[in-house]
Write a new protein. Structure first.
Length: 400
């Protein structure tokens, strides 16, 4: 097949993060990651990716503000002609830094909130950050960046969409992404506690639509439905190795940010290979390109050109084989694994009493058994890596 250039480069600068979110997409084994790339290595990655044709740059983590060389990285990316998006929790942002980012050429800041109330925002991240995030939102407006908010939705906050959007309107958000949790990383460990009910999802989507109708173009609202409630899989990364290239903190190059979990593949490192050979020649980037790897029912499905067989990481997590049809697809022989997970969520929510609208944002009752949640945590990551498990009993609150 003909392989085009990587148009979108995600630079995961660090896995260090002051937050302990229960839905974090970082790998659960992040504690085993090697040393972070030095500034000079990141600048070389930027040059090589731009030479390949990359035009969009995401700076993420962990928390990218934990890197004290973010300013020169942004300046170098700007000089190369990237459109640069900083994806941040806001922790570590000061007026001095945002002024420096503006001078360096940063184009866009995406700020995350966990909920519309201090109580649940701080509970879900196991940090006291709500007021800080509000101050950072004001700085983003002050320095005339597009006001872009991201809120990850799940069973514990999805009934608060009205309040979340009201908060977004108050702080002057121009774009809001209501991103229902996708179940990888730490969200996979917490799936049975985070997967919403269908009724919750429908109420949330209706709430988003009401606000869209009221505000029109004043605030763009993007509602991302969780895969488990679809009957056809998403075209994950537009097909692995098609347009997206991620580089992790230790220099591992991946065709999607979660692909490190895929077995049988040796992912190349930018400290050992140049990006051109990684993108075009490495077995890891070529393994799931095209359609030759597909099994039935994908191999003969007329929709295979549209969805590319769905998500390889989801196929692996649910079935143990990354080459299987994504079980989200109702044509998959493993689709029952998805419907059974949704059914368990329905039963759990009903038993906890939060399958119906909650009493309001910040109501503690929406978290039925908080001690069973696994918060992102360095020590738990070590336990996962060593195979000692991370069942959450006694490990609920994240502590660095």
């Amino acid at each position: 097949m003909s392989v085009g250039p990587p148009l979108w480069l995600l630079a995961e600068l660090t896995y260090r993060c002051p937050l302990h979110c229960v839905f974090c997409s970082n790998p659960t084994e992040f504690a085993a990651t090697g040393a972070e790339l030095a500034t000079a290595d990141w600048l070389r990655v930027l040059r090589e990716a731009r030479a390949l044709g990359a035009v969009q740059l995401g700076l993420s983590g962990g928390e990218p503000l934990a890197r004290d060389d973010l300013e020169p990285i942004i300046a170098a990316a700007h000089s190369l002609g990237y459109y640069i998006n900083l994806i941040t929790s806001g922790v570590g942002m000061t007026e001095e830094r945002i002024r420096a980012f503006k001078a360096a050429g940063l184009d866009h800041i995406q700020l995350s909130f966990q909920d519309s109330s201090r109580e649940l925002n701080d509970f879900l991240s196991s940090t006291r950050t709500f007021e800080l995030k509000s101050r950072v939102a004001a700085l983003i407006r002050q320095y005339e960046y597009p006001m872009v908010l991201n809120v990850v939705l799940h069973r514990l906050n999805i009934d608060h969409v009205d309040e979340i959007l009201a908060m977004a309107e108050r702080i002057g958000a121009e774009y809001v992404e209501l991103a229902n949790t996708q179940y990888y990383g730490w969200a996979w460990l917490n799936r049975d506690h985070l997967l919403p009910t269908r009724a919750q999802l429908e109420r949330a989507e209706a709430a988003a639509q009401r606000v869209r109708a009221r505000l029109g173009s004043r605030m763009q609202i993007f509602f991302v439905v969780p895969d488990y409630f679809e009957t056809r899989p998403k075209a994950c990364m537009n097909g692995l190795g098609s347009v997206f290239l991620a580089v992790t903190p230790d220099g591992t190059a991946l065709p999607c940010h979660a692909a490190r979990m895929l077995p049988g593949l040796t992912f190349p490192n930018v400290l050992e290979s140049d990006l051109r050979s990684i993108w075009y020649e490495s077995e890891a980037f070529n393994r799931f390109r095209g359609e030759g790897w597909m099994k039935e029912p994908c191999r003969s499905c007329p929709e295979r050109h549209k969805d590319h067989g769905g998500c390889r990481c989801q196929a692996f997590l649910l079935t143990g084989d990354a080459a299987n049809t994504d079980p989200v697809c109702d044509l998959s022989p493993h689709h029952h694994l998805v419907t059974e997970a949704v059914a368990r969520a329905e039963r759990a929510a009903a038993a906890a009493g939060n399958g119906t609208p909650s009493a309001g944002p910040g109501t503690p009752a929406v978290v039925s058994r908080p001690h069973e949640l696994v918060f992102r945590d360095h020590r738990i990551s070590i336990a996962v890596e060593h195979g000692s498990g991370a069942t959450a009993g006694g490990q609920a609150r994240g502590e660095s």
